[in-house]
Write a protein of this length. Structure first.
Length: 290
């Protein structure tokens, strides 16, 4: 096999033209290049083809792995960038497809946008990146199993859930109509396909943080609806206590509640800590950025 031939193995990875070999590339980098492109650099170590075949033939279905990170990058690696409007058309991507026993551990130092507003309002960790992972981790087959749906019905439900979880209220929004009925944040033509159990649970979560609800009152302006629903689930598990930050068990219960509703794997998405924190960067000149 010469340097430009493709490895003849069953794979869905794209094939691209061979780049100029990098003399400082490590063996693992050569292997990744071969796995992703099917091409082998002239200066690759011996045995790379055999090792690639071993990797591609490995059955990963029973392998338990953990991935640690945050931001859009982590959720994209896990299951594609679910913040994109077109994500529901191709949700079965990312390493969630290869590793059913994948555990995602999310850093919680995000403090921008909706998350920043929540941190200023309540004693809690940042939930924005957890929400992203929850959506990217959704498996259509889970929706079929949970709600006893046909494939096409599960796809439409996925579109509805995605629309709800990425919906963002305008900065000057007020009122609680959408919180009391979160389906209003999704296209009307999808409403009839929402199972009653899911619709009822979403309404309960929204009403919990509405004015007059049993939980903390969260003004909707500038917020992600998904962040509010996740926050509601966490404080519901904490029995509405707001004089302290929810503990890990309460956070996990809230995450698992949302996961069970939207078709993400329960007990496989975790917050790295229960302690509210903020990322601080100190430059060499002593300037600190929060």
């Amino acid at each position: 096999m010469n340097s430009t031939e493709l490895l003849e193995v069953p794979t869905n990875f794209p094939r691209i033209a061979l780049r100029q070999p990098d003399v400082v590339r490590t063996p693992i980098e050569h292997l990744m290049e071969f796995l992703l492109t099917g091409t082998l650099a002239p200066n690759a170590p011996d045995g790379m083809e055999k090792l690639a075949n071993q990797v591609l033939s490995y059955d990963s279905r029973n392998t338990r792995i953990a991935i640690l990170g945050g931001g859009t990058g982590l959720s994209t690696v896990v299951g594609g960038n679910s913040q994109r409007p077109g994500w529901p058309e191709q949700p079965c991507v990312g390493i969630k497809q290869a590793f059913p026993h994948l555990h995602s551990i999310i850093c919680t130092t995000d403090d921008g946008g909706s998350t920043g507003r929540l941190l200023r309002l309540l004693p809690m960790i940042a939930v924005g990146d957890i929400r992203k992972i929850l959506v990217s981790s959704i498996l259509p087959q889970n929706l079929q199993r949970i709600y006893k749906l046909e494939e096409s019905e599960a796809h439409n439900l996925l579109r509805l859930i995605h629309a709800l979880m990425i919906f963002r209220f305008p900065d000057k929004a007020y009122g609680s109509e959408i919180l009391k009925n979160p389906l209003l944040a999704s296209p009307q033509e999808l409403h009839s396909g929402c199972p009653q159990d899911l619709a009822r649970s979403l309404c309960e979560l929204g009403a919990y943080v509405c004015p007059g609800g049993s939980g903390p009152d969260i003004p909707v302006a500038g917020h992600s609806l998904g962040n509010i629903l996740l926050t509601s689930a966490i404080f519901m598990a904490a029995e509405g206590i707001t004089d302290r930050a929810p503990g890990l068990r309460e956070i996990q219960a809230g995450i698992d509640h949302i996961a069970g509703l939207i078709g993400a794997p329960a007990r496989q998405i975790h917050a790295a800590t229960s302690a509210p924190g903020q990322l601080k960067i100190r430059y060499a000149n002593g300037v600190e950025v929060y």
